[in-house]
Design a protein around this ligand. Sequence first.
Ligand SMILES: N[C@@H](CCC[C@H](N)C(=O)O)C(=O)O
Length: 276
Amino acid sequence: MIPFRKMHGLGNDFVVLDARAGALPVTPARAAAIADRHFGIGCDQFIVMEPPPAGADVFMRIRNPDGSEAGACGNATRCIAALVAEERGADRVVVRTIAGDLPVERLPGGLWRADMGPARLRWDDVPLAYKADTLHLPLAFGPVSDPAACSMGNPHATFFVDDLDAIPVTEIGPRLEHDPIFPDRANIGFAQVLAPDRMRLVIWERGAGLTLACGSGACAAIVNAARRGLTGRRATVTMPGGDLVMEWRESDGHVLMTGPVATAFTGTLDLGAYGS
Ligand SMILES: N[C@@H](CCC[C@H](N)C(=O)O)C(=O)O
């Protein structure tokens, strides 16, 4: 039996295993089985903490419920940083993912601010299947069209809509996630701008489906909204699970994300019960 922790950031929930003291036999199939909401524990992402490489405080491996690996997870970044910071009595830690280093700092009021790194805007960064303007992708389906795309270490497209409540996200999300323009699939955001510093956002996540919040999706939304001139470079992004305060920093193009973290419960699990 190995211990696990169930955490979430704004309802975007994670099963967290700690493999820092020794490797755990976690396969993509096992991660998917544990993430299953009926036959497993259930989560939007399956997170494994691995030994810290030089220059970082922890390595965070991210898997979606379909077993695929992701380069970024904003909400999990805050959760894992908070865990490590609490252990060390530190106010600042660096979380490394397969996409790079993410410094995270403690703020007053139980909030954590993650530097999610630079938004990458070239077509082959996203990546797209062919050269196209990432500010206006040639993509439309059902009631949505003309998204903007970027990479936050994982691929995102943001559609700007007039009425978020009228968008059939679960119907069109899977089709857009798998559109051939995205060779690695993509996280699909639907954003309704309410003011130059406020927007609503719903995300259909690659490999996970509809979630209550997506940190990297909120990063992509502020970047894409600001590039389009729909908002400034700072905005509160309200998702079904709650708010993130976002800034696309002018000086270096990094995206800063501020929000809460929570532990829902802890327990133990038998990895052997989840296949091989
Ligand atoms: N929930 C995450 C994003 C998780 C990874 C994503 N589904 C992908 O495959 O890229 C977040 O908070 O950023």
